[in-house]
Write a protein that binds this ligand. Structure first.
Ligand SMILES: NC(=O)c1ccc[n+]([C@@H]2O[C@H](COP(=O)([O-])OP(=O)(O)OC[C@H]3O[C@@H](n4cnc5c(N)ncnc54)[C@H](OP(=O)(O)O)[C@@H]3O)[C@@H](O)[C@H]2O)c1
Length: 349
């Protein structure tokens, strides 16, 4: 089923370049934060886009089929199970030819079993099905954090990246820095007069945040930009790197209030990880919770910037930038009343 793009929708993609070579594109993960933006960008460039989505999609299965069709206006939406190779072929590719696979598919939780099932195994099946459908280029949304892999979902993503690189197909593996939704979890608490929470002094990490639309444009442009072919592409947003303390300071400045911070020791996360790790050997659900705490610790202590092995530091200057919208522009929009995004399960605060 396909609905036309709403001509009245606020689309910056009207300004995007039309592709000189419109292609037939199969998209996975289209109902996610970046997936929906990517579909919009691809449709805006004049490509024919077909998405395979779950009958109940979105966080908690909140999107019924007609809601997914509306969300992905301009694309053809098909329903099936990406976990199941038979459904992928029957409900997704349907024996048709495609030029490109774009995948923004990712485990919503980062729990080890789910990460290996989705970030790795589902992609393995999708790659095989794509090859059978004639796909010659795969654009994969990955994450900059896989450059220092400590977590299950990072190992799962890296394992598939390796397979894709060795597949012989053209690839563009895009590893973005932090998304705006992951850095906007404290707006309501700050507005309500509470202090901004930081780990350590709030300067342990930094990132170059990237907006959904800017990242989507970058992904869509991988199709025509030869410099992005057969490359692993770390990418951040415009402007300089920002620390959590700077994020808090900016939010308070928008409210016209003096900044207030509460410092949370990283050792607290270590203690939680230790306890859940031990209990998780007896109660499997606690093992997942231990992994969520590890994910939280990772983001509390690791910068989302290109890692420079020579200096052993995260390097803002070596992290490429794209796009136009900064995190602080976004904060201003949220303060003026724009809707807060669903943040997903990786959020720490
Ligand atoms: N958050 C950050 O700051 C950040 C930074 C850099 C990179 N990244 C990476 O960017 C990627 C995408 O992030 P995102 O925020 O766009 O993800 P997201 O909003 O959580 O979307 C995930 C997508 O994958 C689909 N999916 C997950 N499990 C599925 C399953 N079992 N069966 C079928 N579909 C399934 C979801 O479908 P449903 O709608 O049906 O659930 C959704 O379309 C992730 O790999 C993440 O690691 C994130």
């Amino acid at each position: 089923m396909v609905l036309p793009l709403d001509p009245a929708s606020p689309s910056r993609h009207a300004l995007a370049q039309r592709s000189p070579h419109p292609r037939r594109i199969f998209v996975l993960g289209a109902t996610g934060t970046i997936g929906r933006a990517a579909v919009h960008a691809l449709v805006g460039r004049g490509h024919e886009v077909v998405c395979l989505v779950r009958p109940r999609a979105g966080p908690g299965g909140a999107l019924a089929p007609d809601a997914s069709v509306r969300l992905l206006a301009g694309a053809t939406v098909r329903f099936g199970d990406v976990d199941d190779p038979a459904s992928l072929a029957r409900d997704g590719y349907r024996g048709e030819r495609f030029d490109v696979l774009v995948s923004c598919l990712a485990s919503r939780t980062g729990a080890p079993k789910d990460a290996w099932a989705i970030d790795y195994q589902a992609h393995v099946h999708a790659l095989e099905a794509a090859r059978n459908a004639g796909v010659s280029h795969v654009v994969l949304l990955s994450a900059i954090c896989v450059q220092k892999p400590l977590l299950a979902f990072q190992h799962a993503k890296l394992a598939f990246e390796k397979l894709l690189i060795e597949s012989g197909l053209r690839y563009s593996i895009v590893r973005p820095t932090a998304f705006f939704k992951s850095l906007s979890g404290q707006i309501e608490r700050v507005k309500s007069g509470k202090p901004f929470l930081v780990f350590g002094d709030g300067n342990l990490t930094a990132c170059k945040p990237i907006s959904d639309a800017d990242l989507a444009e970058y992904l869509a442009a991988c199709l025509d930009d030869e410099s992005r072919w057969n490359r692993v592409l770390p990418i951040g947003g415009p402007g300089t790197a920002v620390t959590p303390r700077q994020q808090g300071e900016y939010l308070f400045s928008l409210l016209g209030r003096p900044p207030r911070f509460r410092q949370v020791p990283v050792a607290m996360l270590d203690a939680i990880i230790g306890v859940l790790g031990v209990l998780g050997r007896i109660v499997p659900s606690l093992a997942d919770k231990a992994e969520f705490a590890r994910i939280g610790r990772y983001y509390a202590t690791e910068s989302m910037l290109v890692w420079n092995p020579a200096t052993g530091t995260a390097d803002a200057a070596a992290t490429p930038s794209t796009g136009t919208e900064t995190l602080f522009d976004y904060y201003e929009r949220l303060m003026r009343g724009a809707a807060l995004p669903a943040r997903g399960d990786h959020a720490v605060f």
